[in-house]
Design a protein around this ligand. Structure first.
Ligand SMILES: *[C@@H]1O[C@H](CO)[C@@H](O)[C@H](O)[C@H]1NC(C)=O
Ligand SMILES: *[C@@H]1O[C@H](CO)[C@@H](O)[C@H](O)[C@H]1NC(C)=O
Length: 283
């Protein structure tokens, strides 16, 4: 009788654990959708405060002092940042974060916005091949070693916006969205086929840089932002195909080229295959 009762109890406990685990899972999924971004930020700030409170509390605790001793890079990432089932939030970390933190195994999402990271090394992501989204917006990255992102075969979204990049490394083949707005990118810092081989790319953001030409754009791309660069010419082959007058470029429905020293009105044949004209100056 007693054994049966114990079995029943453990089944009940297991069930509630499974239920709460799956709810947690659902919630984090919700968090990752853009319309919940504000909620995420709020929650993150709250979590960060809680973590900070934990780190700096004077309450006696037999697990030893959590107060960092010396170099902040010695701190385990999940004390410095907030780790929430597969996501690591390291935003505006205090003390100042200057390098990519060591990530827990199986991390899917890394948000490391508004820190002072200045370089991404080839070994930084090590064997964390589970990464799907990385956001380094608002750091001071000026160097990325080639190969840093190469092994991240599941990476779909990468933001390097608001950094100091002059050139780009190899990008992983499954990227869907890439953002390098507000850097110092030059055309000679992009490999000729930097984007052409990204066969799933939908959104490409390269605004507010110093590009002098439009890079090769894969046909999958729907949104292309090139405003505020130094582009002064385009050719028929930039978006269309010289030798195929029947060609219509599929997908592309938004090209921004405003804020470039180009008069798009001088290149009517360059846009003939597009469903909508690029945004920019026409006279
Ligand atoms: C823009 O391009 C022109 C050449 O087309 C070059 O002379 C000029 O220095 C460039 N400006 C910047 C800010 O890179
Ligand atoms: C277009 O066709 C001409 C003549 O066949 C050829 O010389 C030229 O290289 C082709 N251009 C492109 C961009 O394929």
């Amino acid at each position: 009788m007693e054994t049966r009762l114990r079995m029943l109890l453990s089944v009940l406990i297991l069930e509630s654990w499974v239920l709460s685990a799956s709810e947690g899972h659902f919630y984090t999924h919700k968090l990752h959708r853009p319309e919940y971004a504000e909620e995420t930020d709020e929650r993150m700030q709250r979590n960060k405060r809680e973590t900070n409170a934990l780190m700096h509390s004077d309450a006696p605790d037999d697990s030893g002092p959590l107060q960092p001793a010396g170099d902040p890079s010695d701190l385990p990432t999940c004390l410095l940042c907030v780790c929430l089932s597969g996501s690591v939030y390291c935003e505006e970390v205090d003390p100042v974060m200057t390098a990519v933190p060591a990530l827990p195994k199986e991390t899917n999402y890394l948000y490391a916005r508004y820190n002072k990271i200045n370089k991404i090394a080839a070994k930084d992501f090590g064997d964390i091949v589970t990464l799907k989204r990385i956001d380094f917006t608002g750091n001071i990255i000026s160097e990325i070693e080639d190969g840093a992102f190469e092994k991240l075969t599941m990476l779909e979204e990468l933001s390097l916006a608001e950094n100091q990049l002059v050139k780009l490394p190899m990008l992983p083949a499954k990227l869907i969205a890439f953002n390098a707005n507000h850097n110092k990118l030059k055309t000679k810092g992009l490999k000729a086929t930097a984007f052409k081989k990204l066969s799933k790319l939908i959104s490409l953001q390269l605004a507010h840089n110093q590009l002098e030409a439009v890079p090769l754009i894969p046909e999958t791309v729907r949104t292309l932002h090139l405003q505020n660069n130094n582009i002064s010419t385009v050719t028929t082959d930039t978006f269309c195909k010289t030798n195929d007058t029947y060609y219509i470029r599929p997908n592309m429905n938004e090209i921004r080229m405003d804020g470039n020293p180009i008069n798009l009105g001088q290149y009517p044949n360059s846009f003939i295959c597009l469903k909508s004209l690029p945004i920019g100056r026409y006279q």
